[in-house]
Design a protein around this ligand. Structure first.
Ligand code: NAP
Length: 280
């Protein structure tokens, strides 16, 4: 580690925070690029969020990532909020400006689409409809990215339909709400399936969906990364479909924050994946 009195500081605020993979990820890059800096886990209880964020400037921090449960409440604390964070309704990356102000953005949408484009280069936005399972925070980022990429139709299915309707109302775009019970048939003619629910995660129920209706050219992306190969991805692979796992998005969404705080645009490499995977 390369830390002196001039070290650049950043971190991640969450409650709890011990599960976060971000310190390992950013510390790898700091070491890789021989940067005089540190990225630390910051356990911040919800009631202390505003106080903690306001203290960043006087503590000399260049910014932080935010994770559960702070992403939504931080929107109201920021001095400025990017368009994408406002649309998604959540801030995951904070920059402290030279005059001590807090500037919030959200890098999940760009992380999702960059990872998809890199790992499924044959997928094109215009290839056809996308099916998004879920309507929580991750789904909002994914749908915003798909709208911006000009996907012609985005079918959103969620266990609680009202949440899907709210998502469609705020994000607008070519969104079609489909009943959660119809997820097998919703896949007909689709070019992309994205699971943004918690189903398939360790200690959660499996996602029950038949992939038979998906065209053989479709791409299946699971945002879940623990386990790395979910049952959904394993089933898709057995059917010969192209699969993209959830770890890549996690790594790609971290790039703009690191660049803003430490001044180097870091690369997402297989070695980085292995280092982060070792702690999943
Ligand atoms: P969230 O806001 O809490 O949303 C959870 C979603 O899962 C909702 O759509 C919820 O539906 C659905 N769900 C929960 N239990 C369900 C069940 N038993 N049956 C059907 N649907 C169920 O969480 P989030 O922040 O969006 O995160 C969702 C997943 O994405 C997590 O696995 C997270 O780790 C992953 N994620 C990955 C990345 C990455 O970089 N790879 C980034 C962000 C999130 P209801 O609305 O009906 O409750």
């Amino acid at each position: 580690m390369n830390i002196s009195g001039h070290a650049k500081l950043a971190g991640v605020m969450g409650w709890p925070i011990s599960h976060s993979l971000s310190p390992r990820l950013h510390s790898y890059w700091l070491h890789q690029y021989d940067i005089n800096g540190a990225y630390v886990p910051l356990p911040v209880a919800p009631d202390n969020l505003e106080h903690a964020l306001r203290a960043l400037s006087s503590l000399g921090f260049r910014g932080v990532n935010l994770t559960v449960p702070h992403k939504e409440s931080a929107l109201l604390i920021m001095d400025t909020v990017s368009d994408i964070a406002r649309r998604i309704g959540a801030v995951n990356t904070v920059f402290v400006t030279d005059d001590g102000k807090l500037s919030g953005t959200n890098t999940d949408a760009s992380g999702f689409i960059e990872n998809l484009r890199l790992n499924a280069p044959k997928w094109q936005a215009k290839s056809g409809a996308a099916v998004v399972l879920g309507a929580g925070g991750a789904a909002r980022a994914v749908v915003a990215a798909l709208i911006d990429a000009e996907v012609p139709e985005i079918r959103v299915l969620n266990r609680t339909m009202e949440k899907a309707e709210q998502l469609a109302e705020t994000l607008k775009g070519p969104i079609k709400i489909v009943d959660w019970a119809n997820r097998d048939t919703a896949l007909e003619d689709a070019a992309l399936l994205v699971n943004t629910t918690i189903l398939g995660m360790i200690n959660q129920p499996q996602l029950e969906v038949s992939l038979d209706a998906l065209p053989k050219t479709a791409v299946v992306n699971d945002l879940v990364y623990a386990p790395l190969e979910t049952d959904l991805l394993a089933n898709a692979r057995h059917l010969g479909l192209h699969t993209v796992d959830g770890l890549g998005m996690l790594l790609h969404q971290a790039v703009p924050g690191f660049e803003g705080w430490f001044g180097v645009r870091p690369k997402v490499t297989t070695e980085l994946r292995d280092v982060v995977l070792a702690s999943v």
